[in-house]
Ligand binder design. Structure first.
Ligand code: ZN
Length: 126
């Protein structure tokens, strides 16, 4: 799925969830509509731990348009671990990592190969 950006409101929500989960890690799926990331999906049974690899993909609703994943790193930097890279390659799409202190400068976006890519922050459309 092609993604052209994320809604500012959604990004702010991600940062606030990361902040309230701290010092635990949080993990969710990204849902996009018309190529814009607008929503998070929290999978039931997802363990909060240090590894995105623990995400229970079998809990993913069928037919869901998964644009990628988001997870937090309670200890910076927002750089994918080996386990993260494995998960990125399995799921495809775009992958956001938000690192402590979870502000507008402490997040990065990666493609499924783990290469850092730009992600536009879009204002809500009228
Ligand atoms: Zn990670």
């Amino acid at each position: 799925m092609r993604v052209r950006g994320i809604l500012r409101e959604t990004l702010e929500f991600i940062l606030s969830v990361a902040n309230s989960s701290h010092p635990n890690e949080f993990i969710a799926l990204l849902e996009a509509e018309e190529e814009v990331i607008k929503d998070l999906i929290f999978l039931p049974g997802t363990a909060t731990s240090d590894s995105l690899a623990l995400m229970r993909l079998e809990m993913m609703p069928l037919g869901m348009k998964v644009a990628g994943t988001v997870h937090s790193h309670p200890s910076p930097p927002p750089v994918p671990s080996d386990e993260d890279l494995f998960t990125f390659s399995k799921i495809g799409g775009v992958h956001i990592i938000v690192a402590h202190p979870y502000d507008m400068k402490s997040w990065r976006c990666y493609n499924s190969s783990g290469k850092e890519i730009p992600l536009k922050v879009l204002e809500e459309e009228p």
